[in-house]
Design a protein around this ligand. Structure first.
Ligand code: ATP
Length: 253
């Protein structure tokens, strides 16, 4: 079945001061799919990911032109509440960054900030989020213990659960496995397959095999330009652009 577009990007340009870091990017990100961004270091993958939930707003000297729509809403329109936006579009980073508090409190943090006080509802959200991130069984007997006592791979799944706890629609993942061992990496990759049933997932990865394994669509970036975008199998089997072909065959990067 053809998937509908969840995020539409039109003519997006981003400048860090004089540095033109994203050049006329256009993309339709499909709902309930995993979209991967690949490309060599410094090509703008993370910068682009962050424009999708306005995380770049926090950086001094950034200027953005163009349009990003979530469903039919322009996320850069005047009056958009970025707290609400980031609740709808959650984010997971390269380094697992659980808060220095209990596993339970990490997950309950977002719902509490958004006003949830009811203990039994919070309990249910915590369990559901941990299950959604495939870590409930591993931590159910130590919910009151510090999240910092978990392994890196478990911490990353706690961060995913924390993002799920506020019921997002989209999950942005910035190289979520690059700090993890192969077993933790494959757990997160399996999880992505599951997550896309409920959410729209966008992942930046350095690892082309990972893009092939987990994603439906792939975008290839090179010095701020989105060179090629489309169905992952097609991009990796029949790249249209010579630069994409050179990159995926390992000629540079
Ligand atoms: N906060 C910032 N301030 C100024 N320039 C920045 C900032 N963040 C990134 N840049 C610049 O923007 C360009 C794109 O960087 P970005 O981190 O988005 O690339 P990337 O493809 O994600 O790289 P990597 O894979 O190494 O993380 C680079 O030239 C980088 O130096």
């Amino acid at each position: 079945m053809e998937k509908r577009t969840k995020i539409t990007v039109r003519d997006l340009n981003l400048y860090y001061g004089e540095n033109h870091a994203l050049k006329d990017v256009n993309m339709n990100i499909r709902e309930n799919c995993v979209t991967a961004f690949i490309g060599p270091s410094g090509c703008g993958k993370s910068t682009f990911l962050k424009t999708l939930n306005r995380m770049n707003d926090l950086v001094d000297g950034v200027r953005i032109t163009g349009e990003v729509k979530l469903d039919d809403e322009d996320i850069y329109a005047e009056g958009v509440d970025t707290t609400v936006l980031r609740k709808r579009i959650g984010m997971v980073f390269q380094q697992p960054n659980p808060f220095p508090m209990s596993i339970y409190d990490n997950i309950a943090y977002g719902p509490r900030v958004h006003g949830m006080k009811d203990k039994s509802k919070l309990d249910a959200i915590v369990e559901e989020s941990l299950r959604g991130a495939a870590i409930f069984d591993e931590v159910k007997d130590r919910l009151k213990k510090s999240a910092l006592g978990l392994s890196g791979g478990q911490q990353q799944r706690i961060c995913i659960a924390r993002a799920l706890a506020v019921q997002p629609e989209v999950l942005l993942m910035d190289e979520p496995t690059s700090a993890l061992d192969p077993i933790s990496t494959s757990k997160i990759e399996e999880l992505m397959e599951d997550l896309k049933k409920k959410y729209t997932v966008v992942v930046v990865t350095h690892n082309m095999q990972q893009a092939v394994r987990v994603s439906d669509d792939t975008a290839f970036f090179l010095v701020g330009e989105m060179v090629e975008f489309g169905d992952t199998k097609t991009i990796f089997s029949y790249p249209k652009d010579k630069r994409t072909e050179d990159y995926i065959t390992g000629r540079f990067g």
